[in-house]
Design a protein around this ligand. Sequence first.
Ligand code: NAP
Length: 314
Amino acid sequence: MNRQIAFIGKMASKDQDAWLAAIRPLLVDAAIIPYEEISPEQRMNIEVAIVANPDPKDLATLPALRWVQSLWAGVERLVVELPKVNFDIVRMIDPNLASTMAEAVLAWTYYLHRDMPKYLFQQKHKIWQQGDLRELKDRNIGILGLGQLGRAAVEKLLLNGFNVSGWSRRLSNMEGVKCFAGMDQLADILAKSDILICLLPLTAETHGLLNDKRLRLLPTGASIINFSRGQIIDQDALLRHLENAHLDHAVLDVFETEPLPMTSALWDSPKITVLPHISAPTNTRTASEIVARNLMTYFETGKIPESISRPRGY
Ligand code: NAP
């Protein structure tokens, strides 16, 4: 089998060098060739590419491509920008990433549970005022998305004593979790979530899912954590619900435009914690091992790892 692999990433050259340095020693029998170094002959034969925000035009110049391995977990841009190609898209599924995300979910859930934004505000304004403390079991956490990341987050929250519900497209079965599924049951989980955590992929169905009408269904005083994609929440509607005190606080790690523009109103709201997309960074070492394992399996058996479903969009 042809063991040439294209590497197509929109990233700083030092980052590309770091990825190549991590993956190449794990795949000594294969040649990983940065896109700009691929010869015209290699271009005709390459069957697999490692990609990170690739330019679709570059992928279109590889006629023998059978599948691409994404370095990132979210592949919505590949799905949207390459609707008609016939190669498979394999996204990053890394237990290390899931555990990093679960850690972030736990950390920022405690931040909200223990009213840290309120006490930071009080300190800033020299206010000495003790709020009530709610028991963990009385704090209802709703998780939208029970995939690789959502499930790991649920387990961490349960271990810590929170009361957890989850929502997915197909009904999930997780011990100790009240599970909801499909659009028919979205209102039910929203209505019972004191802290709503978004871990959904961005697809045609989830784009704008948390709009004004649905945010209204959250209990008064609820908070939101968005760790998946900015486009899933209507930002203007969210700001309105925070400003009119229906919602208490939002922790946002992802935005429609990143970096968040300096002019965005989100920066200035005391009811919003802005994070610079840090909840679960890809770990180069563990991700490289996964990439290498997937590619070796393909070279040895011809088997393409499980890829995303194009009709579903994730
Ligand atoms: P995943 O394994 O594909 O899981 C997706 C989950 O969402 C599944 O439970 C799926 O339901 C559910 N879902 C999808 N569409 C739905 C719909 N229309 N209605 C209801 N449920 C729906 O994805 P993952 O690995 O957990 O990752 C989730 C997202 O996190 C990624 O797509 C990426 O955008 C984001 N992410 C963010 C960071 C960060 O640093 N902020 C890092 C990594 C990933 P089923 O179970 O029924 O299929």
